[in-house]
Design a protein around this ligand. Structure first.
Ligand SMILES: Cc1cc2nc3c(=O)[nH]c(=O)nc-3n(C[C@H](O)[C@H](O)[C@H](O)COP(=O)(O)OP(=O)(O)OC[C@H]3O[C@@H](n4cnc5c(N)ncnc54)[C@H](O)[C@@H]3O)c2cc1C
Length: 294
């Protein structure tokens, strides 16, 4: 591994992706780049276009299964210049790499209502927008007023909510862009009520999710009128293991890394789950996580 710090930010060569993946899985990336400011990112994009080099934006890497093989491009994190939040009279403007949970906490602290049910989701604002992250009947898309993005040609655009199709764990066309910041429009609420919702949700997550192990959260999307976890449990797969990847006994829609899981272990386990659930119920489970470099 070689690190270079300069006016353009931090560049790490031969970077072990495991270090940033919430699954603790992934091969080596040729480079990992954290631009120090927007000019560094713009210069990088120009060079990447000129040299036809591949790159991929990551947030907190809590919803991506990175392959074990080498990635010959550059992973880019925007945390060098988009880790901020600004309070407005009708909500907040948050940078893409701010932790979603930090935004939730700060909003509640300022009696802003709307994000509290997203407590404990370990993503960034950018990743949460791309995934339209949600929980307990609430989604980040519900609060979006606009999203400021950069095109891969280096042009700035502001997308209004009506230009984004927020659906279940999807927000087209955000994935085509580099998300820089978003305005979340929020109403005023009672701080003590919001705090109670947050505390209850964090307790539920602690009780029902295997947070003691690396994972990517829910592996499969919720099928219509059903729950992936219930189907997987009914198929008798709780505790089923391939290599270091195991179907959690605490929450069957979580695959946990018991220590040395590879991306192959996880993807094979997902195939078995899909096959068994389909055999039992006729339902085809759709992955919620993103696959990278497969
Ligand atoms: C324990 C646990 C619990 C979880 N609980 C929930 C839950 O309750 N609800 C839920 O919805 N999810 C949940 N998740 C999944 C995950 O946290 C969310 O999907 C989260 O929103 C992903 O954000 P991220 O920053 O980690 O995105 P990443 O995983 O880094 O990226 C996800 C996608 O977004 C893209 N992306 C990220 N940032 C940018 C950007 N700035 N510009 C352009 N593209 C970008 C990436 O390229 C990738 O395609 C959970 C995960 C874990 C590990």
């Amino acid at each position: 591994m070689m690190k270079t710090t300069g006016p353009d930010g931090l560049l790490i060569r031969n970077f072990s992706i495991k270090r940033i993946s919430s699954f603790r899985i992934g091969g080596i990336a040729r480079s990992y780049y954290i631009p120090g400011d927007i000019s560094g990112l713009l210069r990088f994009l120009k060079q990447a276009r000129e040299t036809n080099s591949d790159y991929y934006i990551v947030g907190n890497a809590s919803n991506i299964l990175f392959n074990d093989r080498m990635y010959k491009g550059t992973l880019i994190s925007l945390k060098g210049f988009t880790n901020y939040i600004q309070l407005e009279k009708d909500g907040v403007t948050a940078g893409a790499s701010l932790a979603l949970d930090t935004a939730v906490d700060l909003c509640i602290g300022n009696s802003f209502k709307g994000l509290e049910k997203l407590s404990g989701i370990p993503g960034s604002i950018g990743g949460a927008l791309v995934m339209n992250a949600g929980a307990f009947g609430s989604e980040i898309g519900d609060c979006v007023e606009w999203v400021k993005v950069l095109t891969h040609l280096g042009r700035f655009r502001t997308l209004l909510k009506k230009e984004i199709n927020f659906t279940y764990r999807k927000a087209e066309p955000l994935e085509k862009y580099i998300i820089l910041e978003a305005k979340l429009r929020l109403k005023k609420g009672q701080k003590k009520d919001l705090l109670k919702i947050r505390r209850d949700i964090l307790k539920k997550r602690q009780k029902n999710q295997p947070l003691e192990y690396p994972s990517c959260g829910s592996i499969f999307k919720r099928p219509e009128n059903n729950f992936a976890g219930t189907l997987i449990e009914k198929a008798g797969l709780k505790g089923f293991r391939i290599g270091g990847a195991e179907v959690s006994r605490k929450h069957a829609n979580f695959i946990i890394n018991r220590g040395k899981a590879s991306a192959r272990d996880v993807s094979q386990l997902m195939d078995v789950i899909r096959g068994e659930v389909h055999k039992m119920s006729g339902i085809i489970l759709e992955p919620e996580i993103k696959f990278f470099n497969f």
